[in-house]
Design a protein around this ligand. Structure first.
Ligand SMILES: Nc1ncnc2c1ncn2[C@@H]1O[C@H](COP(=O)(O)OP(=O)(O)O)[C@@H](O)[C@H]1O
Ligand SMILES: [Mg+2]
Length: 238
C-alpha cells in the first residue's frame, strides 16, 4: 500500500515537531526515518499511524485519505520501541490480542485464532513458545513476539519505532535480517524509525533524513552516502 504524506505540520505548545513534511512511499517499499533524537521521527510515525493528529496536511494510504480515520481503522501494524507485551498473558495470548478484540461479527473462531498464532510463531521463528510468558523470553524474542502481534490482523503497512534499540548488536543484526525477509515475503510497506545510520542503510530501500521537523534528504542509501544533500547530512553521517 503506497503512503503519501502531504505538507504535514504538528507542534507541541508552539514548538514545531514537524514542519510541512511531505513524503511519498511506494507500495512494497521499506523506508527508514533517520535522524537525531528530537528530530520528529516518532511524531511523524505516530501521525501516519493516526495516534497524533496533525494541525495541517493530509495522509493518504493508496487512494484513501486517512487523515481523519482513527488509528484502529487504518489497518496498520505498529511495533513500539519498548516491549509493550502484556506480562500477565502468554506469548500466544499476546499475539492473539488484536484478533480477540475484534467485533464479534468479524472476529475469527477460536480454532482460527489458534492456527493464526501458530502461523505467526513460525513466521517470527519462535515455534512452540506460545505457552511461555514474556518474562521467560530474551529481549530479542520479545521483540519477535511484538512483531508477530503487529502482524496478526494482516496489515499492509508496518510501522516500527526503534524496535531493536534496547538489544545488543548481534541480536539486532539477526532481527534486522528476519524483519527484512518478513517484509519481502508478505509484501508489506514498512517504515522503520532509527537514529542508527548503519541500521537504516542496511535495512531500507530509501532513507528519509529528518532534522528539527524537516526532511533534509530522501534517497536510496548509496545516494545519501555519496551525495549528502546538506551540511547537516554530512555531519550526521560523520
Ligand atoms: N507529547 C509531547 N509533548 C511535548 N513535546 C513533544 C511531545 N512529543 C514530542 N515532543 C517534542 O517534539 C520534538 C520531536 O520529538 P520526537 O518526534 O519524539 O523526536 P524523535 O523521535 O526523533 O526523537 C521534540 O522536541 C520533542 O521534545
Ligand atoms: Mg523517537
Amino acid at each position: 500500500m503506497s503512503i503519501r504524506i502531504e505538507d504535514v505540520s504538528k507542534s507541541y505548545s508552539s514548538y514545531p515537531a514537524l514542519d510541512r513534511v511531505s513524503l511519498e512511499i511506494e507500495d512494497g517499499e521499506f523506508v527508514a526515518l533517520l535522524g537525531p533524537s528530537g528530530s520528529g521521527k516518532t511524531t511523524l510515525l505516530r501521525v501516519i499511524a493516526g495516534l497524533e493528529e496533525p494541525e495541517a496536511g493530509r495522509v493518504w494510504f493508496g487512494q484513501r485519505d486517512v487523515t481523519d480515520t482513527s488509528a484502529a481503522s487504518r489497518g496498520i501494524g505498529f511495533v513500539f520501541q519498548h516491549y509493550a507485551l502484556f506480562g500477565h498473558m502468554t506469548v500466544a495470548q499476546n499475539i492473539a490480542f488484536g484478533l480477540t478484540v475484534m467485533p464479534r461479527a468479524s472476529r475469527p473462531s477460536k480454532a482460527d485464532v489458534g492456527s493464526r498464532v501458530e502461523e505467526l510463531l513460525e513466521l517470527v521463528q519462535l515455534p512452540g513458545l506460545g505457552a511461555r510468558y514474556p518474562s521467560e523470553l530474551s529481549g530479542g524474542q520479545r521483540q519477535r513476539v511484538a512483531l508477530a502481534r503487529a502482524l496478526a490482523r494482516k496489515p499492509k503497512i508496518l510501522l516500527l519505532d526503534e524496535p531493536f534499540g534496547a538489544l545488543d548488536a548481534k541480536v539486532r543484526r539477526e532481527l534486522r535480517g528476519a524483519l527484512r525477509s518478513i517484509h519481502d515475503d508478505l509484501g508489506l510497506t514498512s517504515i522503520f524509525v532509527t537514529h542508527d545510520h548503519e541500521e537504516a542503510f542496511t535495512l531500507a530501500d530509501r532513507v528519509a533524513l529528518l532534522n528539527t521537523g524537516r526532511i533534509e534528504q530522501f534517497a536510496v542509501p548509496s545516494e545519501v552516502e555519496n551525495a549528502p544533500a546538506s551540511q547537516f547530512v554530512r555531519d550526521f553521517l560523520a
